[in-house]
Design a protein around this ligand. Sequence first.
Ligand code: AMP
Ligand code: MG
Length: 496
Amino acid sequence: MTTSTTPALRLDARFARELPELALDWQAEEAPEPRLLLLNEPLAAELGLDADWLRSPDGVRLLVGNALPEGAHPVAQGYAGHQFGGYSPRLGDGRALLLGELRDVHGRERDLHLKGSGRTPFSRGGDGRAVLAPMLREYLVSEAMHALGVRSTRALAVVATGRSVPREGTALPGAVLARVASSHLRVGSFQYARALEATDQADGLLERLTHHALERHHPHAAGAEPPALALFEAVRDAQADLVASWMHLGFVHGVMNTDNVTISGETIDYGPCAFLDAHDPAAVFSSIDTGGRYAYGNQPAVMGWDLARFAEALLPLLADDPDEAVRVATASLEGFAESYAAAYTARLRPRLGLRPADQGGPADEVVEPLAEGVLALQREARVDHTGFWRDLAEEADGRGTPARDRVLDLAAYDAWATRWQALDPDPALMRATNPVYVPRNHLVEEALEAATAGDLAPLERLHAVLQRPYDVQPGAERYAEPAPDSFGDYTTFCGT
Ligand code: AMP
Ligand code: MG
């Protein structure tokens, strides 16, 4: 490891300084032959980083953690987590590092983080490495989510390390993803802090972590009493809104373990995620989710479960009396259902072409049954989740009946459409909130297959289309189509 000269880049070490119990000093392993494959120039500009410099040998070495600006203090972060319901007391960054924080051009604090940077004290049996296809996948899908308007971690770059990594009897090209997030704090960070504190290894850690998180992510809630309750409710509402945005897009996260639920409310961890083709609440894509715990339709309930674990971790800060703390936590957790319903309906209105109630739109009591009605029709006909909503916009515009043509029960559809059309839906609002393009599973796989064989062009083309997901792009018709039948059932894999 050497230091390099990049006058623009200063990395702070706020996390390591304020929460040393959660930060182990660590260095990335040397990449034998780093080669930059993807660089997110708009994001680099937002971070105040010079793209030409990032493309230079020193820049690429920064992007794999092998050449750091002076004063940088990379750490592996400790966290715990409930994985598929079972508790792991010590997960942590087993193949990742926080290089440090920087201020973007808007003055916002952002983490610069690496995934695939080698073993750490948290690696357990793992090799600390990442292989190319999943890192490209995270780059593609996280940037698509951002373009869709969903809060998400961002992808700055993918660098091939030049090392081959053994996986399931073969050797695959290794890669490092440089990721940017408003922070990497998660519910699992609080579970870990609570456990450390209980063993007297970390005096006041949970309280420090709470203040750190409030200040960084929910400053509007800072100052409320007790602070842990203010934080809990801010995270509850941010996650309610996030899951509502996933549900509308047909996004299936696939691994909603408590270590993958952020305190910021950003989507994190794109391992086994997928998008619905057919609308189906039971849709599961992850190879290891055999019980359907993280099925599409379960996501709101599972988020409620994860937030209950968050509340549990915060109990000592909610009230001095343990019974009172449980009462406070339970009452606050009950607010999740309402928060989710409000977020869901608020995001639903424009998708149906309807304005908020206080801007002349219909009451929630009108909108909610309307949504249930159309979703029931979609489920029954297993219609294409993304295409159907765009077809509804066409109908709102008086351009034929493409949505009606997809359903099975025409009488039910007509009754529904009469009620909906009577509300005078605005097709422009619908087109601005119902995407034409999402990272459809078959397109992602096709792009990754080509990239693994050395051709990045299909991935770059798909990425370009996904940067403007709400605009019909001439020549991009095939990116709006559902998977061909020959694609079959889609299966995804965690962090391979
Ligand atoms: P994830 O499935 O990415 O949320 O990771 C769950 C846990 O497994 C985290 O603690 C990761 O750091 C760890 N992990 C995943 N892959 C590896 C690997 N190749 N080497 C070491 N640790 C890993
Ligand atoms: Mg994770």
